[in-house]
Ligand binder design. Structure first.
Ligand SMILES: [Zn+2]
Length: 302
């Protein structure tokens, strides 16, 4: 009898736990329940929201404007993450914190880079490792959409048509930006085709559109400007008569201002790469970020 009581108690506990864990995977919103998709950074979260639209809640672990590479997740990030059914990260070593973070969670995981061809970093500590910033090229952004449509459809097959339709509309918008930028580069004098930035985050863009990439440091996680790198950048900007140099929104542009002052080049502004801006800023979505970057590059190089 005692054993039976114990068994009933045990079964009730399991039932309660399973109800509790089931309910925290969904968030109630205006009488409907929506599943939560968790992204590692704001750019990816925005691309996912354009694929998943209103049927899901999409959240980002890192907030707008935050440096993502070396981010340290907080206990509240873990609590937030536990309500998601899937964690989506970029991969290619972008989120140095992701492995440990995910090991504490019981969620499915999609890593976009597993289906992308990398461009490798050519120097320093990260030499030979994939450059993580593939989304910076609109051409690769289109691939992100395809990968997300496929992998989300595998997890939620009943939503496949919805993901595909949303993806198609969004890819058309990306194609428009892609064509516009290709046209600009085709009309740009060959000796002006240099993109000088702080982080070497533009390899996919420069590779896909035919620009030369010059940077002060390869990856933000190692953002140490050495006298050698500074001298190399200054001499190249002078030698090639590069009209404008740029930096990125998540790091200090101090070093690039030195390059501008030493060479007489314009400081062309801050490009957005690793993180979107707040809603009031110039890069509050992935599309706006690409348009903002391409506009600054056009103004700076033409
Ligand atoms: Zn970066």
């Amino acid at each position: 009898m005692l054993n039976m009581k114990k068994n009933i108690l045990f079964l009730s506990l399991i039932l309660l736990l399973s109800i509790a864990s089931g309910s925290c995977k969904r968030i109630s919103n205006k009488n409907e329940t929506k599943e939560v998709i968790l992204a590692s950074f704001t750019v990816l979260a925005d691309i996912i929201s354009n694929v998943a639209k209103d049927d899901f809640i999409v959240r980002s672990i890192t907030k707008p404007g935050v440096e993502v590479h070396g981010y340290q997740p907080t206990p509240s990030d873990l609590v937030n993450a536990s309500s998601a059914f899937v964690f989506i990260d970029n991969g290619f070593g972008f989120e140095l914190w992701a492995e440990k973070f995910v090991s504490n969670l019981k969620v499915k995981r999609i890593t976009v880079a597993e289906d992308l061809d990398p461009i490798f970093i050519s120097e320093d500590f990260y030499k030979g490792k994939p450059n993580p910033h593939a989304w910076i090229s609109p051409k690769r952004g289109i691939l992100y959409v395809d990968i997300l449509v496929d992998s989300l459809s595998e997890l939620r097959p009943s939503k496949r048509t919805l993901f595909e339709e949303n993806g198609k509309i969004y890819k058309n918008k990306l194609s428009k930006i892609d064509k516009e930028f290709s046209l600009f580069i085709n009309n740009l004098n060959k000796d002006r085709r240099y993109l000088v930035s702080c982080e070497g985050a533009f390899s996919y863009l420069t590779n896909d559109y035919g620009l030369e990439e010059v940077y002060l440091w390869p990856v933000n996680a190692e953002s140490q400007i050495t006298p050698k790198r500074m001298a190399r950048t200054i001499s190249l900007v002078k030698e090639k008569n590069v009209p404008s140099v740029f930096c990125e929104s998540t790091v200090s542009n101090e070093s690039q201002m030195v390059v501008a002052n030493e060479t007489g080049a314009n400081f062309g502004g801050n490009l957005f790469v690793d993180s979107l801006s707040e809603d009031s800023g110039p890069a509050s979505s992935y599309l706006k970020m690409l348009e903002h970057n391409l506009e600054l590059i056009k103004k700076g190089l033409f």
